[in-house]
Design a protein around this ligand. Structure first.
Ligand SMILES: *[C@@H]1O[C@H](CO)[C@@H](O)[C@H](O)[C@H]1NC(C)=O
Ligand SMILES: *[C@@H]1O[C@H](CO)[C@@H](O)[C@H](O)[C@H]1NC(C)=O
Ligand SMILES: *[C@@H]1O[C@H](CO)[C@@H](O)[C@H](O)[C@H]1NC(C)=O
Ligand SMILES: *[C@@H]1O[C@H](CO)[C@@H](O)[C@H](O)[C@H]1NC(C)=O
Ligand SMILES: *[C@@H]1O[C@H](CO)[C@@H](O)[C@H](O)[C@H]1NC(C)=O
Ligand SMILES: *[C@@H]1O[C@H](CO)[C@@H](O)[C@H](O)[C@H]1NC(C)=O
Ligand SMILES: *[C@@H]1O[C@H](CO)[C@@H](O)[C@H](O)[C@H]1NC(C)=O
Length: 448
């Protein structure tokens, strides 16, 4: 009996995640760069694709998921998979996603969006950032309290889990996973998740979770490799959903990041994140995650932690994470799941880039920008937002641009003798201290 059931399930699953034909899928194009210290930067043409869960699921005649799955059309996984297909997305009109050159703008509208960076073969770009740095520019000025314009890495399958049961793949934004092991995903590895029993877990590295009031940098390791499909208790066991975060406000500097602050969120800024290894080679163990900002032509080091009992650092190290768990009574899940070393192993395998804009108007996004706990305990205040600031704002928007990855120090400033300007030159125009960018001719400026 069981084998007959399994047999018929497998036969049906062969048509599980199909492509719909109502709206053609046209990925908004976007460029990104890779940089080396001595050769400057090379530009690649990519595009973005909307996550599968945000798309309409159609039958030949009607929508399968107007508000959760329609249980008449989708009584169970097999029937649903046979009947429903993922469709193309109206990026600008329905989801507020537009691109221009190297920039992507997300407008919140009815519910925000989550999109992934694709290469020119319709696979997700698989970034390798060990002993490298990742840099982007951001205009965060229009992201208010309780909203989060996020840029992060997820260890998703680069092909989106394309298989016999998933004909849609990365081109249609399938395969999402993160360290919260979400169980709300419609299709998990090609099978429908009508009753939400399946969670999709993987390592997650949050480069940027922020609004104009607060910002956070957070590794979230899991003790699984690639996408791991969980059920039941596993879903809260294999990953660290809290992470070891670095939030300047929470760590004692309330005037570092915000409107008019040292890092001024009313202006565009460049955000640099470096993944330093113990042997200064990509083969090493991740030993620290460093952050710099560049604004108005000035390099601004990250704020220094200033809380009693915590080491005076301005980067994420194992000592910082371990001390923070004890002193601030944070979850120990980070160390339980292998800490920075485990995060580094995931980044060595590769990571997919996720852009998203989302909100939490139910209680506010207090873990990022408000009071998350008892006000008298240290470290519970994560930002200046209060309940009164939690207001719906469909016009909220964020722009990310100039995505670059490369050798340490190569994406935002140049070394002595390095090129810093000229026609056709595409690398950074800032020179590392104490050098200045000196004009030689229309084709060449140099850091001297
Ligand atoms: C669900 O599908 C049935 C059958 O096609 C239809 O009659 C019903 O209106 C649908 N429900 C919703 C909420 O769309
Ligand atoms: C795209 O960006 C260019 C400069 O980077 C600008 O001149 C142009 O107006 C922008 N286009 C749109 C539609 O915003
Ligand atoms: C930043 O975004 C705001 C709000 O969308 C916009 O008004 C402003 O012009 C943008 N700044 C730049 C430099 O593009
Ligand atoms: C997805 O399903 C395929 C079989 O269709 C299997 O080989 C693969 O391991 C599954 N992926 C995950 C992440 O479980
Ligand atoms: C992963 O961590 C959990 C603790 O949260 C533990 O129960 C489990 O055995 C670990 N799994 C592996 C494969 O290490
Ligand atoms: C906040 O950071 C800035 C820049 O690093 C520093 O000058 C200032 O003293 C810091 N303030 C506090 C209260 O730590
Ligand atoms: C990067 O630049 C910083 C100073 O801005 C310097 O301390 C560091 O050694 C440089 N690292 C490399 C690998 O060039």
């Amino acid at each position: 009996m069981l084998s007959i059931l399994v047999g018929s399930l497998l036969a049906s699953l062969a048509v599980a995640q199909q492509i719909g034909l109502f709206t053609p899928e046209v990925h908004p194009p976007i460029t990104y760069q890779t940089c080396t210290t001595w050769k400057g930067c090379t530009t690649f043409q990519g595009s973005v694709t909307l996550d599968a869960n945000y798309r309409w699921l159609h039958t030949a005649r009607q929508t399968c998921n107007p508000d959760g799955f329609n249980t008449t059309i989708c009584p169970n996984a097999v029937t649903c998979g046979e009947t429903c297909a993922l469709d193309g997305a109206d990026y600008a009109g329905t989801y507020g996603v537009t691109t221009n050159g190297s920039a992507i703008n997300l407008v919140f509208g009815n519910g925000g969006a989550r999109v992934y960076l694709l290469d020119d073969t319709d696979n997700y770009v698989n970034f390798h950032v060990m002993n490298q740095e990742f840099t982007f520019d951001i205009n965060v000025s229009n992201v208010p309290c309780a909203y989060n314009g996020a840029l992060y890495f997820s260890e998703m399958p680069p092909d989106g889990g394309l298989s016999a049961t998933n004909a849609a793949g990365a081109a249609y934004g399938t395969g999402y996973c993160d360290s919260q092991c979400p169980t709300s995903i419609n299709f998990v590895n090609g099978t429908t998740n009508v009753d939400g029993t399946l969670g999709s877990c993987c390592n997650e590295m949050d480069l940027w979770e922020a609004n104009s009031l607060s910002t956070q940098l957070t590794p979230h390791p899991c003790n699984v490799t690639g996408e791991f499909i969980c059920t039941g208790a596993e879903c809260s066991d294999v990953c660290d959903p809290s992470g070891c975060e670095f939030n300047p406000f929470r760590m004692g500097n309330e005037s570092f990041y915000g409107p008019g602050d040292i890092v001024d969120t009313t202006k565009v800024m460049t955000v640099v994140t470096q993944f330093i290894t113990d042997n200064n080679d990509a083969s090493g163990t991740l030993s620290s995650i460093r952050r710099f900002y560049v604004q108005d032509g000035k390099i601004i080091p990250n704020s220094v932690v200033d809380l009693p009992g915590l080491p005076q650092v301005n980067s994420i190290t194992s000592d910082y994470c371990t001390a923070k768990m004890t002193v601030l009574d944070d979850s120990t899940a980070f160390n339980v799941h292998g800490g920075l070393a485990q995060m580094g192993e995931s980044l060595t395998r590769g990571a997919v880039l996720v852009f998203s804009l989302w909100d939490d108007l139910s209680g506010g996004m207090t873990w990022l920008d408000g009071l998350a706990g008892d006000a008298s305990d240290p470290g519970t205040l994560r930002g200046p937002c209060t309940a009164a600031d939690v207001v719906s704002d469909p016009a909220a928007s964020v722009t990310f641009s100039n995505i670059r990855v490369g050798d340490i120090n190569s994406t935002f400033s140049q070394v002595q003798w390095g090129q810093c300007g000229g026609t056709f030159y595409e690398g950074p125009s800032l020179c590392a201290d104490p050098y200045e960018c000196v004009y030689s001719n229309p084709y060449y400026s140099q850091c001297l």
